[in-house]
Design a protein around this ligand. Structure first.
Ligand SMILES: Nc1ncnc2c1ncn2[C@@H]1O[C@H](COP(=O)(O)OP(=O)(O)OP(=O)(O)O)[C@@H](O)[C@H]1O
Ligand SMILES: [Mg+2]
Length: 221
């Protein structure tokens, strides 16, 4: 019996990494064997194309690399991670907790296409990553919904005020805004669990968000 694959996704700075660590702790305390994975897998050579793309080697702007091309860069990185680092554990029943996954392509790439092509893109993405590459389908995708202004404040200072260190996604405000729309669209279409992570002005307490995530996982609701 394969284990569970739970995905924690969200826009930049929404608390994905922080919450994934906290949720892994909770699941381990319940006796589950948990493997925490994260995408892109920056420490591995499989992320080379993603790094070239985000570093602006193909274009200064995210839109200079079309949605399908950019999606393949992220997909092959997932494939390599699966084969090298978590296939065995997953197949032997461990819980895999992923920070970002196939859902991130929908969030970050779909907005490059006109809205009337979004359904076609989601269908292609599903077929490419799950059917053709045979990556496992998640049991649940949990989306951390945090407004842009609050998330921006949380990650302020990450680069010590040096704007030049931001990647081509982080530099592009309009692009980041469009990701909110694609996330909402994909969440509805694919039944993601949305967790509200701020009150409009400030982030909600970390413990509160973790509890909401655990409720979703426990109830599979
Ligand atoms: N609910 C919260 N309350 C207060 N601080 C938070 C909250 N959630 C996250 N943070 C802080 O905000 C920052 C961004 O969080 P984190 O790095 O987990 O986000 P992320 O979604 O993984 O970001 P990225 O997309 O850049 O990887 C961190 O410093 C984290 O400690
Ligand atoms: Mg992170």
């Amino acid at each position: 019996m394969p284990g569970k694959l739970i995905v924690i996704d969200g826009l930049d700075g929404s608390g994905k990494s922080t919450q994934s660590e906290r949720v892994a702790k909770c699941l381990r305390a319940r006796g589950e064997q948990v493997k925490l994975i994260s995408f892109p897998d920056y420490g591995e050579p499989s992320s080379a194309l993603v790094k070239m793309y985000l570093g602006g080697e193909f274009s200064d702007s995210p839109n200079g690399v079309n949605a399908y091309a950019a999606s393949t860069f992220y997909a092959v990185d997932r494939y390599a991670s699966f084969k090298k680092f978590w296939e065995k554990e997953y197949l032997s029943g461990h819980t895999i907790l992923a920070t970002r996954y196939v859902s991130s392509n929908a969030i970050h790439q779909m907005g490059k296409l006109p809205r009337n092509q979004w359904d076609e893109y989601l269908k292609w993405l599903d077929d490419f990553e799950y059917e053709k590459l045979c990556l496992p389908r998640p049991d649940q995708v949990i989306f951390l919904n945090m407004s842009r202004s609050v998330a921006d404040r949380l990650i302020e200072g990450r680069y010590g005020g040096d704007e030049s260190r931001k990647d081509i996604h982080e530099k592009d405000r309009a692009y980041l805004q469009s990701c909110q729309e694609t996330a909402e669209y994909a969440a509805k279409a694919q039944n993601w669990r949305m967790i509200c992570c701020d009150d409009g002005k400030n982030p909600l307490p970390l413990e509160f968000v973790t509890e909401r995530i655990m409720e979703k996982i426990e109830s599979r609701a």
